[in-house]
Design a protein around this ligand. Structure first.
Ligand code: ADP
Length: 259
């Protein structure tokens, strides 16, 4: 037969893995990885079996956020065993190559590394696999969105105009490849002073919610800017597991129940 027009590669699922959900942002530094980890732990707290894949090849933060180090083992079926902490299965380029190595990779190498971390890892039975996407809307993100059978994407933005403009681009990218937007989360929505309890809208407030309403996608919730989220993230003890009774942990669990 004569070859027809080039078809996009088929989206093969991952055996045993239920829904694959991307956590994405238009720009870096908005708290995407922090949100992805706490959201994944929130799903788990709500009774689901969860894994997290760190697709941020240039800036992997899952090893630090989950306080995992060392190299993965090979399983009997020759797949790579995911690393694990707090009950969460995790895979990151940070576990596979020396620090800095992946920084010099070009697009195709990054794509094949990502697809390997997805398909050649023995994830086992999972209800949800959360993918911490690289920030932005470049080639890698687009290819990933085209080749991974995503159930949907969650967009993280701060309330600021600039972050929202980029979030809009991310939403447009997923729209182009027909991946549903599960909703928008406003991170660093407001600051609650730990001493006085006074609330400050540091980056403005409510921008993500009005954007969600404008484009007709669910608004999943507001995560405050707090010391405990930042400190516990840096320490590798995410707030959802290290302080489950806190208001911050409750926010993530509630968002997880809506996503
Ligand atoms: P991104 O993945 O978007 O680059 P990170 O998750 O690495 O962003 O977060 C950037 C920084 O902001 C980190 O130091 C993180 O601890 C902090 N951070 C993220 N979300 C919050 C929050 N809600 N409250 C306090 N600090 C936060």
């Amino acid at each position: 037969a004569t070859p027809g027009p080039r078809q996009p590669a088929p989206k093969a699922g991952v055996p045993g893995v239920g829904a694959i959900i991307a956590v994405a942002s238009g720009k870096g530094g908005v708290g995407k990885s922090t949100t992805a980890v706490n959201l994944a732990l929130g799903f788990q707290a709500n009774g689901l079996k969860v894994g997290i894949l760190d697709a941020d090849i240039y800036g992997p933060s899952i090893p630090r956020l989950l306080n995992i180090s060392g190299k993965p083992q090979q399983l009997e079926d020759r797949k790579i065993a995911p690393m694990q902490n707090y009950g969460l299965k995790a895979m990151s380029i940070g576990f596979l190559v020396e620090e800095g190595t992946a920084m010099i990779w070009r697009g195709p190498m990054i794509q094949s590394a990502l697809l390997q971390m997805l398909r050649e890892v023995g994830w086992g039975e999972l209800d949800i696999l959360v993918i911490d996407m690289p920030p932005g809307t470049g080639d890698v993100q687009l290819t990933l969105a085209q080749q991974v059978p995503l159930a949907g994407a969650v967009i993280v933005s701060t309330p600021q105009d600039l972050a929202l403009i980029d979030a809009r681009k991310a939403i447009a990218m997923f729209g182009k490849v027909e991946i549903p937007i599960l909703g928008i989360i406003e991170n660093m929505s407001y600051f609650l002073a730990p001493d006085t309890g006074t609330r400050y809208d540091i980056f403005g407030h409510g921008g993500a919610k009005s954007e969600a309403e404008r484009i007709g996608v669910p608004f999943l919730g507001e995560i405050p800017l707090t010391m405990d989220i930042r400190e516990r993230s840096d320490a590798g003890t995410p707030v959802v597991v290290s302080d489950p009774d806190s208001a911050s942990a409750a926010v993530y669990r509630e968002i997880a129940s809506k996503a």
